[in-house]
Design a protein around this ligand. Structure first.
Ligand SMILES: NC(=O)c1ccc[n+]([C@@H]2O[C@H](COP(=O)([O-])OP(=O)(O)OC[C@H]3O[C@@H](n4cnc5c(N)ncnc54)[C@H](O)[C@@H]3O)[C@@H](O)[C@H]2O)c1
Length: 282
């Protein structure tokens, strides 16, 4: 996008650390931000904080796991504030635990918030963006846990899902005016562990060591500033922590080194036929 001035930016998980970092950064560039989160109390406090610094800020209570709530939220926001120019699918939760004894409802809830929440956001905002045929942008908050398996199985599965989902959506949006970014941070200084624990119910949000570890992380405002710059530059992968590069290299080197001669050394894949089939499905 060429400018963020006067653009309407809807941010889920907007009452939290990275969401607020984004709100401050977009607000500083003249955007009208709409914070969406679970509880009005926290939302109002955050909106007041933004308003005091001269940022136009609205709030909307939204549980990103509800398709009905999304439909209503998008309609109301567009009616009250205007068409959504930038959507940040940022709400997220996580916890650690072993697969052998993981609480099944907790595992499901994490997938629902992180993956379905992101899909629903795109599902309900995208048709309006495409119909307007004006510059627009979507930012999906994944994680470096969406690239390498570190962070607890449901979290890793959901964030790999967000990265994969975004990659497929990127192809779908290639010839449209809707840009897309996928944000992959490592540790960011937020209350993610405590907030997740609250959503998941008493003590299931992770451990104190992880909460403390996040406090050694990057300032969420810096993440927000990079996100806003990336939207302006049309950058797809938004990587906040270059010090993770060697870990990703090791991970992908192992994958690339695993092909060997494959299952049938005589077989030659017909990519042309596959591409045609994929286009036909679309
Ligand atoms: N903090 C980190 O180190 C880190 C690293 C990588 C990725 N992330 C991702 O960044 C995003 C923001 O996390 P954060 O670190 O700012 O934590 P945070 O807890 O401050 O923000 C997450 C927000 O999402 C909200 N939320 C949870 N469930 C929701 C639902 N069903 N509907 C609407 N809102 C809901 C929470 O209330 C909270 O305000 C998350 O997707 C997280 O997975 C965080």
């Amino acid at each position: 996008m060429r400018s963020l001035k006067d653009k309407v930016v809807l941010i889920t998980g907007g009452a939290g650390g990275i969401g607020m970092g984004m709100a401050r950064a977009f607000g500083a560039l003249g955007s009208h931000v709409v914070l969406a989160d679970l509880h009005q109390g926290r939302l109002s406090a955050r909106a007041q904080e933004l308003t005091r610094t001269g940022v136009r800020a609205e709030t909307t209570v939204l549980d990103v796991t509800s398709a009905d709530a999304w439909e209503a939220c998008v309609a109301t926001t567009e009616e009250k504030v205007g068409p959504i120019d930038v959507l940040c699918n940022n709400a997220g939760i996580g916890t650690s635990g072993k697969v052998a004894d993981f609480d099944i409802s907790v595992w499901r809830r994490i997938i629902e918030v992180n993956l379905f929440g992101t899909f629903y956001g795109c599902r309900f905002v995208l048709p309006r963006m495409l119909a307007r045929d004006e510059e627009a942008h979507i930012v999906n908050t994944a994680s470096l846990a969406g690239m390498v398996p570190k962070g607890g199985s449901p979290y890793v599965a959901s964030k790999h899902g967000v990265v994969g989902f975004s990659g497929d959506l990127r192809e779908e949006l290639r010839d449209t005016k809707v840009g897309l970014s996928v944000l992959c941070p490592a540790m960011v200084r937020t209350e993610f562990v405590a907030n997740s624990a609250q959503v998941l119910g008493g003590g299931k949000g992770g451990n104190e060591a992880m909460a403390a570890a996040l406090q050694s992380g990057i300032d969420p405002d810096k993440v927000g500033e990079l996100v806003a710059r990336s939207v302006l530059e049309g950058r797809y992968y938004v990587m906040t922590h270059p010090e993770w590069r060697p870990i990703l290299e090791e991970h992908f080197t192992e994958i690339l080194g695993s092909f060997g001669t494959g299952a049938d050394p005589e077989h030659v894949e017909n990519f042309a036929v596959l591409e045609t089939a994929l286009r036909r499905d679309a």
